[in-house]
Design a binder for this molecule. Structure first.
Ligand code: NAD
Length: 395
């Protein structure tokens, strides 16, 4: 059988996603890249040179990729047949019982299967339950495919991939030497700091990193709740404790620890430890409990049952237009049960239920800062309005 002809260096399955697209754009600055995604709207937008979401520095890369024809975007998986390396980076959520689900990856691979061949290398880049890469390799072999399987986790902070990709070491792993060479060459062409691991080590390394961050946020959030419960100003304590004291220099500030990754990856690690990951579960209780604590504290200051409460910021983190798994929405739900009226606003998140900042500032009797967007630093708030500012963005 003759060897296949590869017109693309890389094909990215899920290439219009929050981390798939920046990766595809970065690769397209050096290589010929095909984006394959089932989201027709996102594909049409990207093909037209429009970023579907905020990503620092991505617009320029997109324009350049389209202009020099190094980037092609499609909803048709057949073009994957002409990609030497296939990167898969679809979402890997936990299920309704907070257990990892193996379904997302085979579901994404199923449609592409007729266009794969043995000469290709598959790079799994979604965050996965340990052992998934081995399972994917078995799944492919059972379907008669001998392509090399590798796992190279994505570790960037969403919104800043372009900058961070070059700054962060890239973890690479493979089950065979052909795959190892391919991923060393692929990621090594963009970043010379490579860390080689075994696939299961790399899978676990990614989960540990996210669980570590989640636990750090939970620790400081619990400190916040302890201090505030006793009527003390936690941010004064934090600032004073950090002052010229190196051992606390890295302690984060309190705030809603949310988003599409930290919680679900901590739960994946909990499942991997047969639910003996007590710190992870405790972190979930603390972080997920913070919105209710904030509402409780607010209710002590204002009789919210007959008041309008405004929520400023619905994105899961500052300057983000991504409302996925944002705790501001949990806050909104709790407030809907407790307050007379809830008005929410955000300068970036697209959601028809949101109102303008002006309307919230004019109507609300109390305000909660949901997301610490820079725009909220200089607000003109009526003096009689009570403000709950976990993040201490107002100072
Ligand atoms: N968002 C982050 O900050 C971040 C950081 C590091 C790692 N990760 C991991 O990366 C993975 C993707 O996360 P995301 O936030 O980019 O998700 P996302 O939902 O933004 O992107 C996934 C993309 O895959 C596409 N897709 C879904 N099913 C498909 C299929 N069958 N065929 C082709 N395309 C398909 C979707 O249309 C979407 O564009 C997850 O495993 C996540 O844990 C995310």
């Amino acid at each position: 059988m003759s060897s296949p002809t590869f017109t693309f260096d890389v094909g990215v399955i899920g290439g219009c996603g929050h981390v798939g697209l920046p990766l595809a754009l970065l690769l397209a600055s050096k290589k010929r890249v095909l984006i394959y995604d089932i989201n027709e709207n996102a594909v049409a937008q990207v093909q037209a040179g429009v970023m579907p979401f905020f990503e620092e520095g991505a617009e320029k890369l997109l324009a350049a990729g389209l202009a020099n024809d190094s980037l092609v975007c499609s909803t048709d998986p057949s073009a994957l047949a002409s990609c030497r390396i296939i990167v898969l980076i679809v979402g890997t959520p936990v299920d309704e019982h907070l257990n990892p689900s193996f379904e997302a990856i085979p579901r994404a691979l199923e449609r592409c299967l007729p266009f794969f061949n043995d000469e290709q290398v598959l790079v799994l880049r979604s965050t996965v339950y340990p052992g998934t890469s081995a399972k994917v390799q078995r799944w492919l072999r059972e379907r008669g495919l001998n392509m090399s399987v590798t796992f190279c986790p994505e570790r960037v902070a969403q919104g800043y991939s372009v900058r961070e990709f070059a700054e962060l070491p890239q973890i690479v792993s493979s089950f065979d030497e052909r795959g190892a060479q391919a991923v060393r060459a692929l990621f090594g062409s963009m970043n010379d700091d490579l860390v080689v691991m075994e696939p299961m080590e790399a899978e676990l390394a990614k989960l540990l990193a996210n669980a570590w961050r989640y636990i750090q946020f939970a620790t400081v959030n619990q400190f916040y709740m302890i201090a505030e419960h006793h009527g003390l100003d936690f941010n004064r304590i934090l600032q004073g404790s950090r002052h010229n004291y190196p051992r606390l220099a890295g302690i984060p500030g309190p705030g809603f620890a949310a988003g599409p990754c930290l919680f679900k990856d901590t739960m994946q690690l909990a499942a991997f430890s047969q639910n003996q990951f007590f710190l992870g579960h405790a972190a979930m209780l603390v972080n997920e409990g913070l919105p209710a604590f904030v509402v409780e504290q607010l209710a002590k200051k204002v009789p919210i049952a007959d008041k309008t409460v405004g929520v400023l910021g619905m994105g899961f983190k500052a300057e983000s237009d991504d409302g996925r798994s944002s705790l501001s929405y949990k806050l909104k739900k709790i407030l809907n049960l407790r307050a007379a009226r809830v008005l929410c606003t955000d300068p970036y998140v697209k959601d028809d239920s949101l109102v303008s900042l002006e309307e919230v500032l004019a109507e609300a009797d109390a305000l909660v800062i949901g997301t610490p967007h820079k725009a909220y630093k200089q607000l003109r708030i009526r003096p009689e309005v009570v403000v709950m500012d976990v993040w201490n963005i107002l100072g």
